[in-house]
Design a protein around this ligand. Structure first.
Ligand SMILES: *Cc1c(COP(=O)(O)O)cnc(C)c1O
Length: 381
């Protein structure tokens, strides 16, 4: 199906229900399926493995990432963990030094204990990845743009390195969403999403996903998926299918508002530093233009001469923006990474990559831009 993005967002994986003609994919709230004789079924046996509502969602996600196979998980972390299950003791992983805090925690506090070795490098410099490559490198795991300092990694260049090492390249595409970036087209083997964020888009579901092209890889991942059981339910699958229908419209609005917020904050006297890949002086601007369709709705700022207390005061004084974990929903959110999303990363490591006490991350929502700018003005004022 070679339809364009908006058409796929609304139709991919979905068909009118054969028994009733219902246009919307029903919520198949069932754990099991009748078999006419043992083994004689209609493709569905037990909902840990497959469920029709989830199947529609997985096919839609695969289409949006230009991939052949999709798998939906009960969370982004469950999706990430399933990729790590491909590894065995002695295997090595090269990954970013400013990862999502939960990914860092899983790598260092869970999987390192199973004899897997992790190297954390600045993935905006592919040569740092190359330096850590050995015969044991099995997986390169990157995020781009990164969270929260919005560094860019060159997916195509890193894909070539992965091929050379015989390793898989997995890209956490949560911040860009499939609307802005499609890593499989650039040489990645696996795309991971925290569907909780832009794809779900309404801050009402926690879910994750993997998309890939290779059937052998899909079969392996599906084996772990079904064996270990981090599967989402049909109700959540339905909500995400519904959310995806406006992904393209929401992303356009996030990008437009994100640009206006970034431009407003760039010259604000209380701002010491701003991270947004759309600025020409952002170090990753060139790569962003090359591999993304726009610059997204995430903006991070460092407050000038602000202590932790000052920063907390600013973070707590918004009226339209909500102080909360997470991102990518229709509503604008403010986050204090050092104590919230990245609290599980030791201080010296987090400060080295720019997650300082006076850093605030903004997920720009799709409210009226005038109200957002006015709220920023009063909170910073
Ligand atoms: C939120 C997030 C995750 C984890 O996803 P959950 O759905 O919360 O489990 C992973 N990576 C990034 C970049 C995220 O923002």
């Amino acid at each position: 199906m070679r339809y364009k993005f908006a058409t796929k967002a609304i139709h991919a994986g979905q068909h009118a229900d054969p028994t009733t003609g219902a246009v919307m994919t029903p919520i198949y709230q069932t754990s099991t399926y009748r078999q006419a004789a043992p083994g004689d079924h209609q493709g569905f046996e037990y909902s840990r493995g497959t469920n029709p509502t989830r199947k529609a969602l997985e096919d839609c996600l695969a289409a949006l990432e230009n991939g052949n196979h999709g798998l939906a998980f009960s969370s982004g972390m469950a999706a990430t963990e399933t990729v790590l299950k491909l590894l065995k003791p002695g295997d090595e992983v090269i990954t970013g030094d400013d990862l999502y805090g939960g990914s860092y925690r899983m790598f260092t506090k869970v999987y390192a204990h199973y004899g897997i070795k992790f190297y954390f490098v600045d993935t905006s410099k592919p040569e740092q990845i190359e330096e850590k490559m050995t015969v044991n490198t099995r997986l390169i795991w990157i995020e781009t743009p990164t969270n929260p300092t919005l560094k860019l990694a060159d997916i195509a260049a890193i894909g070539k390195l992965a091929k050379r090492a015989g390793a898989l390249l997995a890209v956490d595409n949560t911040f860009a969403s499939p609307y802005l970036q499609n890593p499989l087209d650039l040489g990645a083997d696996i795309v991971m999403h925290s569907v909780t964020k832009y794809i779900g888009g309404h801050s009402d579901v926690v879910m994750g996903a993997l998309v890939m092209n290779d059937k052998g890889l899909y079969d392996k991942l599906f084996f772990y998926y079904n064996a270990c059981g981090g599967t989402p339910g049909p109700q959540d699958s339905f909500l995400v299918l519904r959310g995806i229908k406006t992904l393209h419209l929401r992303m356009r609005a996030h990008c437009e508002n994100g640009r206006k917020v970034a431009e407003y904050l760039k010259t604000h006297p209380r701002i010491e530093k701003i991270y947004w890949p759309g600025f020409e002086d952002h170090p990753g601007h060139g790569i962003a233009k090359q591999q993304m369709r726009d610059f997204g709705g995430m903006v991070s700022i460092v407050l000038k001469d602000a202590s932790l207390t000052d920063t907390f005061k600013v973070a707590s004084s918004f009226k339209v923006f909500t102080l909360a974990e997470s991102l990518g929903g229709v509503e604008s959110l403010i986050n204090h990474p050092a104590t919230m999303t990245h609290g599980s990363i030791p201080r010296e490591i987090r400060e080295r990559v720019g997650v300082v006490d006076n850093l605030i991350r903004i997920s720009v929502g799709i409210e009226d831009i005038d109200d957002l700018l006015e709220d920023l003005a009063q909170a910073l004022g």
